[in-house]
Design a protein around this ligand. Structure first.
Ligand SMILES: [Cu+2]
Length: 213
């Protein structure tokens, strides 16, 4: 291989590693792969306009039905200051996240048995809030942290914007989802410029049945 190509590959890999490190706990093993080439210039523009598509999550707190891999269950919700956050769960999924000009696929890793989804909204209007940072810790009844990490912003067909990741929740029982929610960085009209600017903490207790189905 020509040395220039080798150098380019090395530098690309290095850049990816820097990005992965910046994201924290995720994206460092066989469950992660780089998809596509640098030519995917149109893909990064999604996301911003789906924030009001509340139908995917609103109101349906019923148990997931059937074998639909996308079926989700609401585990709980809480209000933290001027924001509301809802915790949903489905079976683990493969998702892709934008890193630079590429989308990087995250397949479920060994042992992961749930895809957690956090739906962040304005507590008054119910408008979904994109471009926030959310860190999640799941703690068991004994206080042991069973999952921890920054949550990826993502969307899916009929789901709308949420933040989530695949996690391993070891066994049935009672847990608490502990959240640190930073301000959404999306631009704002003047009527909401003073909202959501504090970093808030929230806790959502939930019961895990042992699987997402
Ligand atoms: Cu998701």
């Amino acid at each position: 291989m020509p040395s220039s190509a080798t150098a380019r590959r090395v530098s690309t890999t290095a850049a990816f590693l820097v990005l992965a490190a910046g994201l924290g706990a995720c994206g460092d093993d066989a469950g992660t792969s780089v998809e596509g080439s640098g030519s995917a210039t149109t893909t990064a523009a999604t996301g911003g306009h789906d924030g009001h598509a509340g139908s995917g999550h609103g109101g349906s707190d019923t148990t997931a039905t059937g074998g639909d891999a996308h079926a989700m269950t609401r585990l709980g919700e809480t209000t933290a200051g001027d924001r509301k956050v809802e915790l949903d769960v489905s079976a683990p999924v493969t998702f892709a996240v934008s890193e630079g000009e590429r989308f990087v696929r995250h397949a479920p890793r060994k042992g992961e048995n749930a895809h957690v989804m956090l739906v962040l909204t304005d507590a008054q209007s119910g408008d979904r809030l994109p471009d926030a940072s959310i860190t999640l810790r799941i703690v068991d009844a004994a206080g042991k942290v069973v999952a921890s990490g920054p949550q990826y912003p993502m969307t899916g067909l009929g789901m709308g914007i949420h933040y989530g990741d695949n996690v391993a929740i070891p066994k049935a029982g009672k847990y608490v989802a502990q959240l640190v929610i930073g301000p959404p960085r999306i631009g704002r009209h003047s009527d909401v410029v003073d909202r959501w600017n504090e970093t808030v903490r929230a806790s959502i207790p939930f019961t895990w049945k042992g699987s997402a189905r």
